[in-house]
Design a protein. Structure first.
Length: 630
């Protein structure tokens, strides 16, 4: 092929979005991590190690507090007494509260603070925190590698899928909307997966590790902490059920806005020429407002999760502070233990809040994943047969072909024609007559509903699409150039061609006439819309591309309908050289360009109503004659 496929107007609208399956899409996304299971296991192990070491820290710091507090109290007690004697003396004085407190402490009367022991304890805590930080850093790095590799595989799968989709898929969707799925949605999946896995894994491991540590200190206080968890989970579930549809709408509206931006930018000159700038701006404002409203709604509901879980968590925090204080006063636990427990309560509630708040990111990512999975699940074109097409002469035959873009809406009906090898066949007719559709069927952008298309007697449905399309050259009215040099754009027709062959093709298409006037010659860079050169020069480049490809069959779709007379003459000369010894199909509204065609077909409503040479058709005074008079 030498350019993009032919597009047609009036295609059906995109199908309505399917019913959303949050759980199924989340599991499907999770399964994509399976190829990276080695890294994933390492991430889990590092997380377990880092968190296990980290949760010991508060207990060690609590021990340091006990050392300080025991030293302060012990220094105030008379030396030479045992702890039991000091407790008995306090009870004898009637100070039962102090006696209960003292009974739960590990004091030595007359001994002050052991600062060496405190220093050793703090050094141990610092070392453990440092080790935990290193493990968490390694976990984050491996997690990033895991997610990046998964996204690379997903992008590759999406790219491969795009090439297997039929043209009807792109006809029924705006380009910007498809691009939004391939770019914005995959980027959002990457961010969501990375943040969700990191927070979810860390939070789950932290909750279990902290719960174990709390149970070792006080089962009663641990029960007070855990009792609020079901309430937090219920509130989170209630909120997320209401925010999920809004996240789906947010990314759907984002895709629509991207499609409008791409469409407006692509036709920016036309928009300004016809004075539709304000209308385009109004449409953008409407789409932008849709994105705003859906985003605000989604963030409003999901934003309730964090404050709600924080409030519920603080209820347990207050309960622990009150009951724990009473236990310390009663000598049931030490001051350092309650200090450590309060830190554990914070560590316990924080992951629950993170898991709840994570649904913001998770729902957004799943909404994007569903849009990408919609693309991956789209029906593909029929599988390609293995045999390649071998064109020897280039004889093309349409045998009773019928086709419609929609069921029960025929566009081509019972079409039969023969283009002999090396002949030029021109197809004319009003808009919607089926001219471009014939070319789409010949290129197998669509498959016929019934009938056959044969090249050299071989049904094209029995050969691979790649071999078919590589044997057919195409020059379109809407010329397509990619960002690169003029040389690169010509060489696109046959990448393995030598420099001499590329230059020779350029000369045959008269490209050299204007290239020599450019400062950089063939190294002149053009952007993807060829804005640096004229429309006629772009067409000459696409003709040179077709010349270089050496096709046996040629398709020229309105290739001279938008150029000046001088350039049209150059193009006609290049076309004549290009058509030499090739079977050629020309679709044009300028009848002056097809007078020398071997066969002219006049189409209307998907049928051939007249056929013959220019002279034969003129002599009949039929539809073709009427078109020439106009």
């Amino acid at each position: 092929m030498t350019g993009p496929v032919l597009r047609r107007s009036g295609t059906p609208a995109a199908p309505p979005e399917r019913t959303r399956d949050f759980r199924g899409s989340a599991l499907r996304l999770l399964r994509r991590l399976v190829p990276q299971r080695g890294l994933a296991i390492s991430v889990v192990l590092l997380g377990v190690g880092g968190i296990a070491i980290g949760v010991i820290g508060p207990r060690i710091l609590g021990h340091a507090t006990d050392l300080l507090f025991n030293g302060v109290i012990g220094r105030e007690l008379p030396a030479g007494l045992t702890k039991e004697q000091a407790v008995a003396a306090a009870r004898a004085r009637g100070d039962t509260t102090f006696a209960d407190l003292l009974s739960g402490m590990n004091v030595v009367p007359g001994h002050g603070v052991d600062f060496a022991a405190v220093a050793r304890t703090l050094a141990l805590a610092l070392g453990l925190y440092l080790l935990a930080a290193v493990l968490v850093w390694l976990q984050a790095r491996l997690l990033n590698v895991t997610v990046q590799r998964t996204m690379v595989a997903l992008r590759a799968e999406v790219e491969d899928k795009l090439h297997r989709l039929p043209l009807s898929y792109f006809d029924s969707r705006q380009r910007g909307e498809v691009l939004s799925r391939v770019t914005n949605d995959i980027d959002n999946i990457q961010t969501s997966v990375s943040m969700t896995i990191s927070q979810l894994l860390t939070s789950i491991l932290t909750v279990f590790a902290v719960l174990v540590m709390m149970l070792t200190i006080s089962p009663l206080l641990a029960l007070l902490t855990v009792v609020t968890v079901p309430l937090s989970l219920w509130v989170t579930r209630w909120i997320t059920r209401r925010s999920q549809p809004l996240f789906v709408a947010q990314w759907r509206n984002t895709g629509r806005m991207a499609a409008h931006i791409e469409e407006t930018y692509s036709g920016f000159t036309i928009v300004k020429t016809f004075g539709h700038r304000e209308a385009a701006q109004r449409r953008f404002d409407e789409l932008n407002d849709d994105v705003y409203r859906s985003s605000i709604g989604a963030q409003f509901f999901s934003g309730l999760v964090g404050p709600s879980t924080m409030f519920i968590g603080n209820l347990s925090y207050v309960a622990v502070a009150v009951v724990g204080g009473l236990q310390v006063a009663g000598g049931q636990i030490t001051l350092g233990s309650i200090q450590a427990f309060i830190q554990y309560v914070r560590q316990f509630n924080q992951p629950l809040g993170q898991v709840a708040g994570m649904y913001n990111t998770l729902q957004s990512g799943i909404a994007s994943a569903e849009r990408v999975f919609d693309l991956l699940d789209a029906e593909e074109q029929s599988p390609d047969p293995d045999p390649p097409l071998q064109i020897h002469t280039g004889r093309v035959e349409f045998d009773r072909v019928n086709f419609g873009y929609l069921p029960d809406t025929p566009v081509i009906e019972d079409l039969s024609l023969v283009a002999e090898a090396g002949s030029t066949v021109a197809i004319v007719g009003p808009t919607g007559a089926g001219k471009t559709t014939c070319v789409n069927l010949l290129m197998r952008f669509y498959d016929v509903d019934s009938g056959r298309i044969l090249i050299d007697g071989v049904d094209i449905s029995t050969v691979s699409r790649q071999s078919l399309r590589s044997s057919i050259g195409m020059v379109l009215q809407d010329t397509w150039l990619f960002g690169g040099t003029i040389y690169d754009n010509i060489a696109y027709g046959r990448p393995d061609a030598s420099e001499d062959e590329v230059i020779e093709a350029a000369r045959a298409a008269h490209v050299d006439r204007f290239v020599h006037t450019l400062p950089d010659g063939y190294a002149t860079r053009v952007d993807d819309d060829g804005g640096a050169i004229s429309a006629g020069e772009k067409q000459l480049i696409t003709i040179a591309r077709a010349v270089l490809a050496r096709p046996r069959v040629l398709v020229l779709d309105e290739a001279t309908s938008a150029v000046d007379t001088r350039t049209e003459l150059l193009i006609q000369q290049a076309m004549a050289e290009l058509r030499r010894d090739r079977t050629s199909f020309i679709i044009a509204h300028r009848l002056s360009t097809i007078r020398d065609a071997d066969l002219i077909l006049v189409m209307d409503a998907g049928r051939i109503i007249e056929r013959g040479t220019h002279e034969e058709l003129m002599s009949r005074h039929g539809r073709y004659w009427e078109m020439t008079q106009v």
